[in-house]
Design a protein around this ligand. Structure first.
Ligand SMILES: *Cc1c(COP(=O)(O)O)cnc(C)c1O
Length: 392
């Protein structure tokens, strides 16, 4: 197998080295307050058949990956939801079961392997919380030093998680977009490998394994995949996995992907509707993992949605909390609000989905990561009881 970076805008190819992040040509066009220009994809040459090993699809050799068990998450049949909603072929891809409890581990895993291959010891990342705690955890298993820039309002659990893994954490007086800017400045001064989502090409490439695993379980591509969208990296990664499979003739169609966004953070939906990224709006949603003013991977996300007839749907915070509670109480899966967004989006558009379709809900992050948001969806017991009679 042979791998190269390939610009998702101009198609120029580059050798894969740690020095290159964005296309040197297209990134020149970068304007302020717009998605990143010159995001790089990875092109693959070679041939693979349907009994592939997932590592054959990845641009770093297996020997460099740390021993932490990332991926291979269950694709399971939520029987109660199937019956309740009347979709007999509904599946959940539960990526809350990754080692640091979010899908972000898939990218951290590939990036950690890449760092080890090139003898790089220091990784820098800006994050709303999950990418940071993920890089910290996977980095710990790979013996890397991880520095994080996190908005000061990030859920406490994610910050503490990162500190437990031994990362150096800087709380940024500002939002995620600001944390991204600081991390890039820090990288320029201090060096090391920057893991920022979309900026580091492997942040997309690493996450494509989720689609490869879905194929391996179903032995075909599903009809629909519902994906929570903030920066649009997971979305692009889901497409990348299926596109790779199609390139090798292992599948013949790309699923219809629903990009689900929070109403208060919906730049990708807006751009898909009106054809361009206008002036950024300040994001406002309880789903911190998808809260972003300017989606870093916005251009590629919109391009892919257009090319493969993908759809966008927006859900309110109330709908997110409701979906979170329903998923937990009906299927036994406790997801953070962004993680439950795929389910919220499915609930919102299910009339438009044929009942017999194979539908996969991608659940991206565990509910324990953000207890304060989860608390909004339940009623806590009033006060401690002093006798059993008070409770009867
Ligand atoms: C990062 C994240 C998302 C959104 O992914 P993008 O690539 O930013 O679109 C969704 N859910 C969870 C739990 C995440 O951590």
């Amino acid at each position: 197998m042979n791998f190269n970076y390939k610009c998702t805008e101009c198609g120029r190819e580059y050798e894969i080295t740690p020095e290159i992040m964005l296309c040197p040509e297209c990134s020149q066009k970068q304007e302020p307050d717009k998605p990143l220009c010159g995001v790089l994809g990875v092109s693959i040459d070679g041939s693979l058949d349907k009994d592939f090993d997932i590592f054959d699809f990845l641009p770093v050799e297996h020997e460099f990956f740390p021993d932490i068990p990332v991926g291979n998450t269950p694709l399971w049949k939520p029987v109660n939801l199937r019956e309740m909603l009347g979709f007999p072929n509904l599946f959940i891809k539960d990526d809350t079961l990754n080692p640091t409890a979010s899908l972000k581990d898939r990218a951290s895993y590939l990036i950690a392997a890449f760092a080890r291959k090139h003898g790089i010891k220091d990784i820098v990342v800006a994050s709303s919380g999950n990418a940071g705690s993920s890089m910290a955890g996977v980095g710990a298993s790979a013996g890397l030093n991880v520095t994080l820039f996190v908005p000061k309002n990030a859920p406490r659990a994610k910050i503490i998680q990162a500190l437990q893994y031994g990362a150096r954490v800087s709380l940024v007086d500002g939002n995620y977009d600001k944390a991204c800017a600081y991390s890039r400045e820090y990288s320029k001064i201090m060096g090391g490998l920057n893991r920022n989502t979309a900026y580091n090409p492997f942040s997309i490439e690493g996450k494509k394994t989720v689609s490869l695993e879905i194929f391996q379980k179903l032995n075909k591509a599903p009809d629909f995949v519902f994906v929570p969208v903030g920066d649009g990296v997971i979305l692009a990664a889901v497409y990348k996995g299926f596109r790779d499979l199609k390139q090798f003739g292992i599948i013949d169609k790309i699923p219809i992907v629903y990009a689900v966004q929070a109403e208060g953070s919906s730049a990708v939906c807006r751009a898909l509707d009106c054809g361009e990224f206008g002036k950024p709006l300040t994001s406002n949603t309880i789903a911190d993992s998808v809260a972003v003013d300017v989606p870093n991977n916005g251009y590629l996300a919109v391009k892919l949605l257009k090319e493969y007839d993908g759809k966008c749907t927006k859900v309110s915070d109330l709908a997110l909390l409701d979906a979170q509670k329903k998923l937990a109480s009906t299927a036994g899966l406790f997801a953070e609000p962004a993680g439950a967004a795929s389910f919220a989006g499915f609930l919102a558009v299910r009339e438009r989905v044929p009942k017999d379709a194979i539908v996969v809900l991608l659940v991206t992050g565990n509910g324990l990561k953000d207890i304060d948001s989860a608390a909004k969806g339940v009623k806590l017991p009033d006060k401690p009881i002093k006798s059993i009679e008070e409770f009867l």
